[in-house]
Ligand binder design. Structure first.
Ligand code: NAD
Length: 306
């Protein structure tokens, strides 16, 4: 099929790579030529790394021959079967893009937004009703298997089933969220965990270093192999019920952003992109994370992708 990815920033190139690996023709479009050049380089490097690690055995040159970039949206989408919008989270920008897509896309094109937070089909109820919904890829999209497909009142269920099947053929593991909720599923779960951990830190009960060790050495270590409910089954539901009874009333239910986060933001310590957030990062750290995630993807594909 013909896939068009709009936006060549943090997410667009990885999303384009997913569909290239699935054997589709992909056009990536952006208003900035430099962003398209950078995105193309990222895709080629990432494909080469996946070949080197034995994750894919496809010919990178052949895959890249199915890939084009262009700045003209009209030209890019004229034969599109699927459009994935991955431009910044600014409503006026999204509105402008949807106006153009409505004008230039064939009438059956499925159009999805990669938004992390905006209820776009509710904000733009007249934009391609039925064929417009959310498909939320995770960062980095070419590696993390999950995609959250988020339905709205008007979503055509056949289009959801179609997209789900296409994503599965591309090696992804989509789930369906039946209606828009802020944060969808994964960000709600991650946010709940971050709120609790940071609350314990702010009370002086745990250090930042030990907070993250609890994740990599236990919660995440096991979660990579078993879901929340399977974990409960392994514990024993009677034990869970007992523990929840004691712990639930004691959990943090703050509704404001923890002060350590707002302070870091004020100091310009934004995380990897500025070299420091809670911890310090180098280029090598980012590369090591990417390599680690690729090793995890190999394990996932071998043992878990049932
Ligand atoms: P980004 O700012 O890194 O990249 C956006 C790109 O869109 C830029 O290259 C910009 O030049 C381009 N752009 C802006 N206006 C455009 C237009 N009118 N036409 C074409 N291109 C245009 O953004 P991102 O982090 O890749 O996020 C994109 C979307 O994905 C957002 O909705 C975001 O919430 C969501 N998302 C981001 C992440 C993440 O980790 N960054 C994860 C999941 C979802």
């Amino acid at each position: 099929m013909n896939v068009v990815v709009i936006g060549s920033g943090v997410m667009g190139p990885g999303i384009a790579q997913v569909f290239l690996m699935g054997g589709h023709r992909v056009i990536m479009t952006d208003i900035k030529v430099e962003a398209l050049a950078e995105g193309t380089k990222e895709i080629r490097n990432s494909l080469n790394l996946m070949v080197a690690k034995g994750i894919i055995d496809q010919d990178v040159t052949a895959l890249m021959s199915n890939f084009q970039t262009m700045t003209s949206l009209e030209e890019a989408v004229k034969d599109a079967d699927l459009v994935v919008e991955a431009i910044p989270e600014v409503i006026s920008l999204k509105q402008q893009i949807y106006g153009s897509l409505d004008q230039f896309c064939p009438k059956d094109t499925v159009i999805v937004s990669n938004t992390s937070a905006l209820p776009l089909p509710e904000i733009f109820p007249n934009f391609r009703p039925g064929n417009f919904f959310v498909a939320h890829f995770m960062n980095p999209p070419q590696i993390i298997p999950l995609v959250e497909i988020v339905k709205n009142d008007k979503t055509n269920p056949e289009k959801v089933a179609w997209l789900r099947a296409e994503l599965e053929k591309c090696g992804k593991k989509p789930i369906v969220v039946n209606q828009f909720v802020k944060g969808f599923l994964t960000n709600r779960m991650q946010t709940a965990m971050a709120r609790e951990g940071l609350s314990l830190y702010e009370k002086g009960i745990i250090s930042l270093e030990d907070l993250d060790i609890a994740n990599t050495a236990c919660i995440g270590f096991k979660s990579a192999w078993q879901g929340t409910l399977e974990t409960m089954d392994y514990i024993g539901l009677d034990t869970c019920a007992f523990a929840y009874n004691v712990i639930f009333p004691d959990l943090c239910n703050e509704t404001t952003v923890p002060s350590i986060v707002t302070e870091k933001v004020k100091e310009g310590k934004l995380g990897l992109k500025t070299g420091e957030g809670f911890f310090k990062y180098s280029e090598e750290d980012a590369m090591a994370r990417q390599e680690g995630l690729l090793e995890q993807l190999k394990l996932y594909n071998t043992y878990l992708n049932k």
